[in-house]
Design a protein around this ligand. Structure first.
Ligand SMILES: *Cc1c(COP(=O)(O)O)cnc(C)c1O
Length: 503
C-alpha cells in the first residue's frame, strides 16, 4: 500500500511536440506502386507543424497518456451509480468478429441474418431477465431509454384522450436524469419526499394521488433507489399510482442488485430501461458508447421505439427463421440512426451467454454481498445514514463530528493517492457529504479489504494530519483542480507553442 506523508509536485508529461526532433520519422511507407504525380495545390499544408518522432516515441507517449487516467483495468473503481464492473475481454473479441464489425448498417435484412438473430435473442433475454413483454434496443444511453419510456407513456395517455395527465412523480432521491427526462418530454416533475428509512414517503404519495390523481401520467422510480436501498413499499407504491390511472417507470440502472432475483415487469412496472454499459459489462465512460434498451409490458408494446427485430417467417424443418427489422404499430419513432449501438448489443449478448441464467443471479448476489461487506466494515468509522441492508451500493457521509472542515471531496481526493478511484460525491443530494460506494461483483475480497483499510487510514489521517486530505491528491498527474474552471474552460487539444513571428 502506498503511503504518502508529504505532498510532492509531479512533473507533467511533455507534449509530443516537445520531443519532436527535425527529420525524425516514425513511419515506413511501402514503395509506391502507381505512377507518381504532383498533388494539386492547397492539398499539402506546410503550416501544420506536425511533431517529428520515432515509432517507439509515439508508442511510449500514448501508452503513458493512457495511464494518466484511472480505469477499471488499472484499479478499483467504486463509483456509485455507475457499476464500473470489469469488461471481459472476450466481449471485445466478439465485437471485432469481421461478420459483425464489417457489416454495413444499410445492408438488406436478408444479408444481415446473423446480426439480426443476435439482436432478436438479446431482446428476448432482456425481456426474460426483467419480466417484460418486449424490448427495443434502439436507445443509445440510459437517459435516452428514460426519454423513450416517458414518450411512450405520453403517447399512451394521449391516445386515450387523457390530455390532462401532465404530471410525473419523481422521488427526491432520484437520479438527475429522471426529472430532466420528465421536462424534456413535456411533463411537469412533481418531487416526492423520502421517509426516515430512505423509502419513498407513501403517505405523501397517497396525498398527491388523492388530490390530483387525474393529472398524474405516471411515476419514475429507481429500484433499488440511488441510496442503494430496496424500496420496501414498492408494491404499495405501484398500486397507488396504478389506481389513479398512472403508469410506472422503473429506472433500471441498478439492475445489478436485482438481476435473477426480482423481475420488475412481474412486480407491476409498465416500462423500464436497462443500462447495458452498467449491468451487462459493456464499456463505460470514455470507452462507450452506451446502450439503454427499454422493456415494456403489453400496454406499451405498440409504442416501442424502432426499429426492433421480429421473426418475419417462422422456422421450418429445412430453414432457420427469417428475421427482419420492423417499426412497432404506433411507435414513438426512431431515437437514433440505424439500429442503436450494435457493438454494445454484441458485447451484452456475449456477457449473458457467458454467464447464463444462474451465473447472472450470482452476479447480483456477489454485487450485493460485496457492498454489504464494505458497509458493515466501515459503519464504525463513518456515518452510514440509513443503517439497513443495502443493494449493490450504499451511501456514507464523508465528514466527521470531531474534525472541522473535512469534506467528502477531501476523502475522495486522498483515495486517489492510494490508487483508488473516488466514489460518487455529493449524490444522492439528500445525504450530507454523500459518498456513494459501489464495489461491483468483479472485485475479490483482497481488493475490498484493501479499500476498507485505506478508508480507515484516511479517517485516521483526517484527525492526525488533515492537511494531507485537504491538499490531496499528491501523486496524481495533476494536483487538485479548480473544478469549475475545468468544466467551463475546457482545453481539449494540445497544440505546439506557435513559432514566434519572424522564425
Ligand atoms: C447511470 C444512471 C442513469 C443514466 O444512464 P446513462 O446511460 O448515463 O444516460 C439513470 N439513472 C440512474 C439511477 C443511473 O445510475
Amino acid at each position: 500500500m502506498v503511503s504518502i506523508e508529504k505532498p510532492q509536485e509531479q512533473a507533467l508529461e511533455p507534449l509530443i511536440y516537445d520531443i519532436s526532433v527535425a527529420g525524425r520519422i516514425g513511419v515506413n511507407l511501402p514503395n509506391c506502386d502507381v505512377p507518381e504525380s504532383e498533388l494539386p495545390d492547397g492539398l499539402v499544408r506546410d503550416e501544420l507543424n506536425l511533431p517529428e518522432v520515432s515509432e517507439l516515441q509515439v508508442v511510449r507517449h500514448f501508452l503513458k497518456l493512457s495511464q494518466l487516467n484511472h480505469a477499471i483495468d488499472k484499479g478499483f473503481y467504486p463509483l456509485g451509480s455507475c457499476t464500473m464492473k470489469y469488461n471481459p475481454k472476450v466481449n471485445e473479441d466478439m465485437a471485432r468478429l469481421a461478420g459483425y464489425a464489417s457489416l454495413h448498417p444499410s445492408v438488406d435484412d436478408e444479408s444481415a441474418q446473423g446480426s439480426l438473430a443476435l439482436m432478436y435473442q438479446l431482446q428476448e433475454w432482456l425481456a426474460e431477465i426483467s419480466g417484460f413483454e418486449a424490448t427495443s434496443l434502439a436507445p443509445a444511453a440510459g437517459a435516452q431509454g428514460e426519454f423513450a419510456g416517458i414518450l411512450m407513456i405520453r403517447k399512451y395517455h394521449l391516445e386515450r384522450g387523457d390530455t390532462q395527465r401532465t404530471t410525473i412523480l419523481v422521488p427526491n432521491s432520484s437520479h438527475g436524469t429522471n426529472p430532466a427526462t420528465v421536462s424534456m418530454a413535456g411533463f411537469k416533475a412533481l418531487e416526492l419526499p423520502s421517509d426516515a428509512k430512505g423509502n419513498v414517503d407513501v403517505e405523501a404519495l397517497q396525498k398527491v394521488c388523492d388530490e390530483q390523481g387525474d393529472t398524474i401520467a405516471g411515476m419514475m422510480i429507481t429500484v433499488p433507489s440511488t441510496l442503494g436501498l430496496f424500496e420496501e413499499p414498492i408494491l404499495e407504491v405501484i398500486d397507488i399510482v396504478h389506481k389513479v390511472g398512472g403508469l410506472m417507470y422503473m429506472d433500471g440502472a441498478n439492475m445489478n442488485a436485482l438481476m435473477g432475483i426480482v423481475k420488475p415487469g412481474e412486480v407491476g412496472f409498465d416500462v423500464m430501461h436497462y443500462n447495458l454499459h452498467k449491468t451487462f459489462s459493456t464499456p463505460h465512460g470514455g470507452g462507450g458508447p452506451g446502450s439503454g434498451p427499454v422493456g415494456v409490458n403489453d400496454k406499451l408494446k405498440p409504442y416501442l421505439p424502432g426499429p426492433i427485430v421480429d421473426i418475419i417467417e417462422e422456422e421450418t424443418d429445412e430453414e432457420p427463421p427469417l428475421y427482419g427489422l420492423v417499426m412497432p404499430e404506433k411507435s414513438i419513432g426512431r431515437l437514433k440512426a440505424f439500429h442503436g449501438n450494435f457493438g454494445m448489443h454484441i458485447r451484452a449478448y456475449a456477457y449473458i451467454r457467458a454467464y447464463g441464467g444462474s451465473g447472472l443471479r450470482d452476479v447480483t448476489r456477489h454485487a450485493v454481498l460485496n457492498a454489504n461487506y464494505i458497509r458493515a466494515q466501515l459503519m464504525d468509522t463513518y456515518k452510514v445514514p440509513y443503517p439497513r441492508y443495502c443493494g449493490h451500493e450504499f451511501v456514507l457521509e464523508g465528514h466527521f463530528d470531531d474534525v472541522d472542515d473535512i469534506h467528502a471531496l477531501d476523502i475522495s481526493k486522498r483515495l486517489m493517492d492510494y490508487g483508488i478511484h473516488p466514489p460518487t460525491n455529493y449524490f444522492p443530494l439528500i445525504v450530507p457529504e454523500a459518498l456513494l460506494i459501489e464495489p461491483t461483483e468483479t472485485e475479490g475480497k483482497e481488493e475490498l479489504d484493501n479499500f476498507i483499510d485505506v478508508m480507515k487510514k484516511i479517517a485516521a489521517e483526517a484527525r492526525s494530519n488533515p492537511e494531507l486530505l485537504k491538499n490531496a491528491p499528491h501523486v496524481a498527474p495533476t494536483r487538485r483542480l479548480d473544478e469549475k474552471k475545468a468544466a467551463k474552460d475546457l482545453i481539449l487539444c494540445c497544440s505546439p507553442a506557435l513559432p514566434a513571428a519572424g522564425d
